[in-house]
Unconditional design. Sequence first.
Length: 295
Amino acid sequence: MTDTSSSSVPRIPLTLLGTGAMGTALGRAWLAAGHPLTVWNRTAARTAALTAEGAVAAPDAAAAVAANRLVVVCLLDDASVGEALAGADLTGRDLVNLTTGTPADARSRAAWAEERGARLLDGGIMAVPPMIGTPGAFVLYSGDRVLFEEYRDVLAVPAGPAYVGADPGLAALHDVALLSGMYGMFAGITHAFALVREAEVAPKEFAALLVPWLEAMASMAHGAAERLADGDLTTGVVSNLAMQVAGSGTLVRTAEEQGVSTELLTPFLDLMRRRLADGHGDEDTTGLVELLRTR
Protein backbone atom coordinates (compact mmCIF):
# COMPACT_ATOMS: atom_id res chain seq x y z
CA MET A 1 0.00 0.00 0.00
CA THR A 2 1.01 3.63 -0.44
CA ASP A 3 3.08 5.23 2.32
CA THR A 4 0.65 7.90 3.46
CA SER A 5 3.05 9.27 6.04
CA SER A 6 4.81 11.26 3.33
CA SER A 7 3.86 14.93 3.14
CA SER A 8 3.82 14.58 -0.67
CA VAL A 9 0.58 12.62 -0.47
CA PRO A 10 -2.36 15.06 -0.35
CA ARG A 11 -4.90 14.49 2.42
CA ILE A 12 -7.93 14.44 0.13
CA PRO A 13 -11.25 14.85 1.97
CA LEU A 14 -13.83 12.19 1.29
CA THR A 15 -17.29 10.99 2.24
CA LEU A 16 -18.07 7.47 3.41
CA LEU A 17 -21.63 6.15 3.16
CA GLY A 18 -22.02 3.08 5.35
CA THR A 19 -20.30 2.55 8.68
CA GLY A 20 -20.89 -1.11 9.35
CA ALA A 21 -17.94 -3.33 10.25
CA MET A 22 -16.23 -2.91 6.87
CA GLY A 23 -17.08 0.78 6.48
CA THR A 24 -15.76 1.52 9.96
CA ALA A 25 -12.50 -0.30 9.19
CA LEU A 26 -12.09 1.69 5.98
CA GLY A 27 -12.91 4.94 7.71
CA ARG A 28 -10.40 4.34 10.49
CA ALA A 29 -7.65 3.76 7.94
CA TRP A 30 -8.40 7.04 6.15
CA LEU A 31 -8.62 8.99 9.41
CA ALA A 32 -5.33 7.52 10.63
CA ALA A 33 -3.72 8.66 7.37
CA GLY A 34 -4.99 12.22 7.90
CA HIS A 35 -7.84 12.33 5.39
CA PRO A 36 -10.77 14.53 6.48
CA LEU A 37 -13.79 12.23 6.57
CA THR A 38 -17.53 12.84 6.45
CA VAL A 39 -19.67 9.84 7.32
CA TRP A 40 -23.29 8.78 7.11
CA ASN A 41 -25.12 5.63 8.10
CA ARG A 42 -28.81 4.79 8.02
CA THR A 43 -28.57 3.98 11.74
CA ALA A 44 -26.87 7.17 12.90
CA ALA A 45 -25.53 5.67 16.13
CA ARG A 46 -23.21 3.46 14.12
CA THR A 47 -21.14 6.47 13.07
CA ALA A 48 -20.04 7.04 16.68
CA ALA A 49 -16.86 4.98 16.45
CA LEU A 50 -15.58 7.14 13.60
CA THR A 51 -16.77 10.50 14.92
CA ALA A 52 -14.89 9.71 18.13
CA GLU A 53 -11.76 9.51 15.99
CA GLY A 54 -12.37 12.77 14.14
CA ALA A 55 -14.92 12.09 11.41
CA VAL A 56 -17.86 14.45 10.87
CA ALA A 57 -21.31 12.85 10.78
CA ALA A 58 -23.74 14.20 8.19
CA PRO A 59 -27.46 14.36 9.04
CA ASP A 60 -28.45 12.52 5.87
CA ALA A 61 -26.93 10.92 2.80
CA ALA A 62 -27.56 13.95 0.59
CA ALA A 63 -25.64 16.22 2.97
CA ALA A 64 -22.82 13.67 3.14
CA VAL A 65 -22.56 13.58 -0.64
CA ALA A 66 -22.61 17.37 -0.84
CA ALA A 67 -19.68 17.60 1.58
CA ASN A 68 -17.02 16.14 -0.72
CA ARG A 69 -16.31 15.38 -4.34
CA LEU A 70 -15.05 11.86 -3.55
CA VAL A 71 -17.80 9.63 -2.16
CA VAL A 72 -17.11 6.04 -1.12
CA VAL A 73 -20.17 3.81 -0.76
CA CYS A 74 -20.03 0.65 1.36
CA LEU A 75 -23.61 -0.48 1.97
CA LEU A 76 -25.55 -3.73 2.20
CA ASP A 77 -26.48 -4.26 -1.45
CA ASP A 78 -27.12 -2.48 -4.73
CA ALA A 79 -30.70 -1.62 -3.79
CA SER A 80 -29.49 0.17 -0.66
CA VAL A 81 -27.06 2.20 -2.79
CA GLY A 82 -29.92 3.43 -4.95
CA GLU A 83 -32.04 4.24 -1.90
CA ALA A 84 -29.25 6.12 -0.14
CA LEU A 85 -28.33 8.22 -3.17
CA ALA A 86 -31.86 8.82 -4.45
CA GLY A 87 -32.13 12.30 -2.94
CA ALA A 88 -28.52 13.37 -3.46
CA ASP A 89 -27.20 15.73 -6.12
CA LEU A 90 -24.50 13.67 -7.82
CA THR A 91 -23.43 16.30 -10.32
CA GLY A 92 -19.64 16.43 -10.41
CA ARG A 93 -19.25 13.71 -7.80
CA ASP A 94 -16.81 10.81 -8.03
CA LEU A 95 -18.37 7.64 -6.65
CA VAL A 96 -16.37 4.62 -5.54
CA ASN A 97 -18.86 1.84 -4.96
CA LEU A 98 -17.47 -0.86 -2.65
CA THR A 99 -20.87 -2.47 -2.12
CA THR A 100 -20.97 -6.17 -3.02
CA GLY A 101 -23.08 -6.85 -6.08
CA THR A 102 -23.22 -8.71 -9.37
CA PRO A 103 -21.46 -7.61 -12.60
CA ALA A 104 -24.86 -6.56 -13.97
CA ASP A 105 -25.48 -4.47 -10.84
CA ALA A 106 -22.17 -2.68 -11.37
CA ARG A 107 -22.79 -1.93 -15.04
CA SER A 108 -26.29 -0.66 -14.34
CA ARG A 109 -25.10 1.48 -11.42
CA ALA A 110 -22.30 3.01 -13.52
CA ALA A 111 -24.81 4.04 -16.22
CA TRP A 112 -27.15 5.33 -13.51
CA ALA A 113 -24.39 7.49 -12.05
CA GLU A 114 -23.37 8.85 -15.45
CA GLU A 115 -26.95 9.91 -16.14
CA ARG A 116 -26.78 11.94 -12.91
CA GLY A 117 -23.53 13.66 -13.78
CA ALA A 118 -21.19 11.49 -11.71
CA ARG A 119 -18.26 9.23 -12.47
CA LEU A 120 -18.27 5.77 -10.90
CA LEU A 121 -15.59 3.25 -10.07
CA ASP A 122 -16.79 -0.15 -8.89
CA GLY A 123 -14.79 -2.14 -6.36
CA GLY A 124 -14.67 -5.58 -4.81
CA ILE A 125 -13.05 -5.78 -1.37
CA MET A 126 -10.91 -8.89 -1.00
CA ALA A 127 -10.53 -8.74 2.76
CA VAL A 128 -12.46 -9.02 6.01
CA PRO A 129 -12.59 -5.96 8.30
CA PRO A 130 -9.61 -6.94 10.52
CA MET A 131 -7.42 -7.16 7.41
CA ILE A 132 -8.04 -3.54 6.36
CA GLY A 133 -4.84 -1.54 6.66
CA THR A 134 -2.64 -4.65 6.44
CA PRO A 135 -0.52 -5.77 3.47
CA GLY A 136 -2.81 -8.74 2.82
CA ALA A 137 -5.86 -6.63 1.98
CA PHE A 138 -6.61 -5.62 -1.59
CA VAL A 139 -9.52 -4.17 -3.53
CA LEU A 140 -10.30 -4.88 -7.17
CA TYR A 141 -11.49 -1.88 -9.21
CA SER A 142 -13.11 -1.57 -12.61
CA GLY A 143 -14.67 1.18 -14.65
CA ASP A 144 -13.30 4.67 -15.27
CA ARG A 145 -9.48 4.29 -15.51
CA VAL A 146 -8.90 8.03 -15.21
CA LEU A 147 -10.91 8.08 -12.00
CA PHE A 148 -8.89 5.17 -10.63
CA GLU A 149 -5.56 6.83 -11.37
CA GLU A 150 -6.72 10.15 -9.90
CA TYR A 151 -7.52 8.58 -6.53
CA ARG A 152 -5.06 5.68 -6.52
CA ASP A 153 -3.14 6.99 -3.49
CA VAL A 154 -6.31 7.54 -1.46
CA LEU A 155 -7.67 4.12 -2.38
CA ALA A 156 -4.36 2.52 -1.41
CA VAL A 157 -4.65 3.69 2.22
CA PRO A 158 -6.97 0.92 3.49
CA ALA A 159 -6.04 -1.79 0.97
CA GLY A 160 -3.89 -2.37 -2.09
CA PRO A 161 -5.76 -1.21 -5.21
CA ALA A 162 -5.79 -3.41 -8.32
CA TYR A 163 -7.41 -2.19 -11.56
CA VAL A 164 -8.92 -5.05 -13.60
CA GLY A 165 -10.53 -3.30 -16.58
CA ALA A 166 -12.76 -0.65 -18.08
CA ASP A 167 -15.92 -2.76 -17.97
CA PRO A 168 -17.57 -1.68 -14.68
CA GLY A 169 -18.68 -5.26 -14.05
CA LEU A 170 -15.21 -6.80 -14.01
CA ALA A 171 -14.41 -6.05 -10.37
CA ALA A 172 -17.63 -7.72 -9.23
CA LEU A 173 -16.98 -10.68 -11.54
CA HIS A 174 -13.46 -11.15 -10.16
CA ASP A 175 -14.76 -10.70 -6.62
CA VAL A 176 -17.44 -13.40 -6.96
CA ALA A 177 -15.10 -15.75 -8.84
CA LEU A 178 -12.50 -15.48 -6.08
CA LEU A 179 -15.15 -15.93 -3.39
CA SER A 180 -16.49 -18.97 -5.24
CA GLY A 181 -13.01 -20.50 -5.16
CA MET A 182 -12.87 -19.72 -1.45
CA TYR A 183 -16.20 -21.42 -0.73
CA GLY A 184 -15.10 -24.48 -2.69
CA MET A 185 -12.04 -24.61 -0.43
CA PHE A 186 -14.25 -24.16 2.63
CA ALA A 187 -16.35 -27.12 1.47
CA GLY A 188 -13.26 -29.29 1.25
CA ILE A 189 -12.03 -28.16 4.66
CA THR A 190 -15.46 -28.88 6.17
CA HIS A 191 -15.55 -32.39 4.70
CA ALA A 192 -11.97 -33.08 5.82
CA PHE A 193 -12.66 -32.10 9.43
CA ALA A 194 -15.87 -34.14 9.39
CA LEU A 195 -13.88 -37.23 8.39
CA VAL A 196 -11.48 -37.00 11.33
CA ARG A 197 -13.96 -35.61 13.84
CA GLU A 198 -14.83 -38.91 15.52
CA ALA A 199 -11.32 -40.35 15.32
CA GLU A 200 -8.52 -39.76 17.76
CA VAL A 201 -7.16 -36.93 15.66
CA ALA A 202 -6.48 -33.58 17.30
CA PRO A 203 -8.09 -30.83 15.15
CA LYS A 204 -5.14 -28.46 15.57
CA GLU A 205 -2.64 -31.13 14.57
CA PHE A 206 -4.76 -32.02 11.56
CA ALA A 207 -5.00 -28.35 10.55
CA ALA A 208 -1.20 -28.15 10.64
CA LEU A 209 -1.17 -30.83 7.92
CA LEU A 210 -4.19 -29.57 5.99
CA VAL A 211 -3.10 -25.96 5.48
CA PRO A 212 0.26 -26.60 3.76
CA TRP A 213 -1.34 -29.37 1.69
CA LEU A 214 -4.02 -26.99 0.41
CA GLU A 215 -1.43 -24.28 -0.22
CA ALA A 216 0.60 -26.69 -2.32
CA MET A 217 -2.44 -27.86 -4.28
CA ALA A 218 -3.67 -24.30 -4.86
CA SER A 219 -0.65 -23.70 -7.09
CA MET A 220 -2.24 -26.13 -9.56
CA ALA A 221 -4.43 -23.20 -10.62
CA HIS A 222 -1.49 -21.83 -12.61
CA GLY A 223 -1.32 -24.99 -14.69
CA ALA A 224 -5.07 -24.94 -15.23
CA ALA A 225 -4.83 -21.33 -16.39
CA GLU A 226 -2.13 -22.22 -18.92
CA ARG A 227 -4.19 -25.09 -20.32
CA LEU A 228 -7.32 -22.96 -20.59
CA ALA A 229 -5.33 -20.20 -22.29
CA ASP A 230 -3.80 -22.39 -25.01
CA GLY A 231 -6.75 -24.76 -25.38
CA ASP A 232 -4.70 -27.93 -24.87
CA LEU A 233 -6.14 -29.54 -21.75
CA THR A 234 -3.76 -32.51 -21.72
CA THR A 235 -0.33 -30.87 -21.69
CA GLY A 236 1.39 -30.84 -18.30
CA VAL A 237 -1.24 -33.01 -16.65
CA VAL A 238 0.15 -34.74 -13.56
CA SER A 239 -2.88 -36.71 -12.35
CA ASN A 240 -5.22 -37.47 -15.21
CA LEU A 241 -8.95 -37.78 -14.93
CA ALA A 242 -8.99 -41.52 -15.55
CA MET A 243 -6.71 -42.10 -12.58
CA GLN A 244 -8.58 -39.68 -10.33
CA VAL A 245 -11.97 -41.21 -11.08
CA ALA A 246 -10.58 -44.68 -10.49
CA GLY A 247 -9.44 -43.62 -7.04
CA SER A 248 -12.50 -41.58 -6.14
CA GLY A 249 -14.39 -44.57 -4.77
CA THR A 250 -11.99 -44.64 -1.84
CA LEU A 251 -13.09 -41.14 -0.86
CA VAL A 252 -16.73 -42.17 -0.86
CA ARG A 253 -16.20 -45.45 0.99
CA THR A 254 -14.06 -43.76 3.66
CA ALA A 255 -16.79 -41.17 4.24
CA GLU A 256 -19.34 -43.96 4.63
CA GLU A 257 -17.07 -45.79 7.09
CA GLN A 258 -16.65 -42.62 9.13
CA GLY A 259 -20.37 -41.85 9.11
CA VAL A 260 -19.91 -38.67 7.06
CA SER A 261 -22.24 -37.42 4.34
CA THR A 262 -20.71 -37.08 0.88
CA GLU A 263 -23.02 -34.23 -0.15
CA LEU A 264 -20.12 -31.76 -0.36
CA LEU A 265 -18.01 -34.21 -2.34
CA THR A 266 -20.24 -36.09 -4.77
CA PRO A 267 -21.25 -33.14 -7.05
CA PHE A 268 -17.61 -32.65 -8.03
CA LEU A 269 -16.99 -36.39 -8.38
CA ASP A 270 -20.09 -36.65 -10.60
CA LEU A 271 -18.67 -33.97 -12.89
CA MET A 272 -15.39 -35.86 -13.09
CA ARG A 273 -17.20 -39.04 -14.11
CA ARG A 274 -19.22 -37.19 -16.76
CA ARG A 275 -16.11 -35.68 -18.27
CA LEU A 276 -14.38 -39.07 -18.29
CA ALA A 277 -17.41 -40.70 -19.92
CA ASP A 278 -17.17 -38.10 -22.68
CA GLY A 279 -13.70 -39.37 -23.54
CA HIS A 280 -11.42 -36.93 -21.72
CA GLY A 281 -9.47 -39.31 -19.52
CA ASP A 282 -6.10 -37.74 -20.44
CA GLU A 283 -7.14 -34.37 -18.99
CA ASP A 284 -7.12 -33.37 -15.35
CA THR A 285 -10.04 -31.54 -13.72
CA THR A 286 -9.48 -28.38 -15.83
CA GLY A 287 -11.93 -29.67 -18.41
CA LEU A 288 -14.76 -29.57 -15.88
CA VAL A 289 -14.91 -25.86 -16.58
CA GLU A 290 -16.55 -26.73 -19.90
CA LEU A 291 -19.24 -28.80 -18.17
CA LEU A 292 -20.23 -25.89 -15.95
CA ARG A 293 -20.81 -23.45 -18.81
CA THR A 294 -24.50 -23.05 -19.62
CA ARG A 295 -24.12 -20.99 -22.79
